[in-house]
Design a protein around this ligand. Sequence first.
Ligand SMILES: [Zn+2]
Length: 289
Amino acid sequence: VTANLFRIVLAIAALAAALPAAAKDRVRLRGPIAQGALVFGYTAPGTAVSVDGRTLRVTKRGRFVFGIGRDRKTPVALALAYPDGTRETRDLKVRPRKWRIQRITGVPERLVTPPPEVMARLEREYKLMVDARKVDSGRTDWTGKPIWPARGRITGVFGSQRVYNGKPRAYHSGVDVGIGRGTPVRAPLGGVVTLTHEGMYFAGKSVVIDHGYGVNSTFIHLSKILVKPGQRVRKGEVVGLSGMTGRATGPHLHWSLAWFQTRVDPQPVVGPMPRPKTRSKQGAAQRSK
Ligand SMILES: [Zn+2]
């Protein structure tokens, strides 16, 4: 009896190993399949991958990336054509998230409801941002592990519904880190600067960095920009100084992460905020005097 049982267990184990392996192990997804998520995929090199009908770039090692919109409700259609000629499609169910409401008061009224004479300017600046996020380069900086561009308290989270002076406005497109004016802002990943602007109506001094495959970072409200368009930046390199230019009620860093135009939540991608750097021994010694 024991021997038979053992044989049955072996047979079931063999089946379990053989059957799903064909379907399951050929593509692996990291990152929650949730609203506002950046999803990292791993598959066989040479596989053709598309999401919602859009062909994705795939690295030599079979890696790809895509974003899921903050308000996405329908499943994401992932299609793979493997090098051996087989095909697979998956409808990825998107987990909904609850978004906070953030009320902000004391904002100058012209920044809540812009006067008609700035509409042309707003459209121009909007288009600059859209064009910067259209960049589709083959660089693979996005495969690295990102760092926080600045360390501090998180004062605004991705996706929250913003209410300025009692008026509902667009959702918050990034994460805010509360830091003093003039704090260095670092590239979270390597890349190429695709846009700098010295004074957008809402965003103030702004920088956009392309990390490749459509993944991009935007920093706004800066007090100073230290890079130029076309400039290659390494991960950790200072690209500007924090500030409160544009529509901001205090100095902070606003970081948006996106896959093309689709804004995603930077926090699950970058991980928890590291603790503030401990003061140097010299500093501690001076304090104890
Ligand atoms: Zn912000």
